[in-house]
Design a protein around this ligand. Structure first.
Ligand code: DGL
Length: 263
């Protein structure tokens, strides 16, 4: 990376508040760095989008980050890591960190794991990116992949919240019947529901990939040669107030959230 770029902020993005589960860990591990978070609230849920639409959307976000001259971009979105990372990885002058490919490598290092359930969006599950990446590092893993399309709308729009327990049990039941050693929360929105999951299963059954992902990137970030301010900037593509409210379960935003002009 060029010396000048090294001192620039790091971009982090997801379809809405989900990626804040990653930003929170990053800020904890590397408070010295400057971050620009982009929540694509206008286009969520990503899990139901076609690959070609996701490519268009992600290119717009990367163009936005390019204008901001970020040093790197953290793809804190499993769906876009699964669907568009490969295609875009060499197209921009910043380094990309994809969540699935990075976290799978860390998770698969635990050789005591034999049976794993992966909860994720339709887009991620259909790509089979999680199971392929985990298998690359541990061929003996037995895996069950389950798409949970109702969960992101609960977190972002409160849609279905009146039947929340039912909508959670619908997917947790087959997962628990599989008797997994761990369940991977393969969508960054799902940790927002962790308290609800623990009504059915113990907390330590769940892996939040944001943790190992953030540990990896926090170590990998180059030390800036000038002192950063620990700056945080937040942008969304629609409804900034709703974003702040939804985020508050996980992350208290004290900075103004701005509408981003992606045009
Ligand atoms: N949170 C994102 C993910 O990790 C996308 C969720 C969505 O918008 O469907 O896949």
């Amino acid at each position: 990376m060029e010396e000048q770029r090294k001192n620039r902020p790091i971009g982090v993005f997801d379809s809405g508040v989900g990626g804040l589960t990653v930003l929170k860990q990053l800020v904890k591990l590397r408070p010295d760095m400057d971050y620009i978070y982009f929540g694509d609230t206008k286009n969520l849920p990503y899990g139901e989008k076609s690959k070609s639409r996701l490519l268009e959307i992600t290119r717009e976000i990367f163009d936005f980050f390019e204008k901001k001259e970020v040093s790197s971009v953290v793809m804190a979105c499993n769906t876009s890591s699964a669907q568009v990372y490969e295609e875009l990885k060499d197209s921009y002058p910043f380094k990309l960190y994809p969540i699935i490919q990075t976290a799978s490598k860390c998770i698969a290092q635990d050789k005591s794991l034999k049976k794993i359930v992966i909860f994720a969006t339709n887009g991620t599950i259909n790509s089979k990116m999680y199971s392929k990446s985990l298998k690359m590092h541990n061929q003996n893993l037995e895996m069950l992949e389950i798409a949970c399309p109702e969960w992101v709308p609960i977190v972002e729009k409160r849609i279905g919240s009146e039947n929340k327990a039912e909508l959670i049990e619908k997917y947790l039941k087959p997962a628990l019947d599989f008797k997994p050693d761990k369940i991977i929360l393969g969508c960054t929105h799902y940790p927002y529901l962790l308290d609800d999951f623990t009504q059915f299963a113990p907390k330590n059954l769940f892996i939040n990939p944001a943790e190992s992902f953030s540990e990896y990137i926090a170590k990998d970030f180059p030390k800036p040669s000038t002192k950063n301010q620990g700056m945080r900037e937040f942008f969304v593509s629609s409804e900034p107030q709703n974003f702040v409210k939804n985020a508050s379960v996980f992350y208290e935003i004290n900075e103004p959230v701005k509408l981003a002009d992606l045009g």
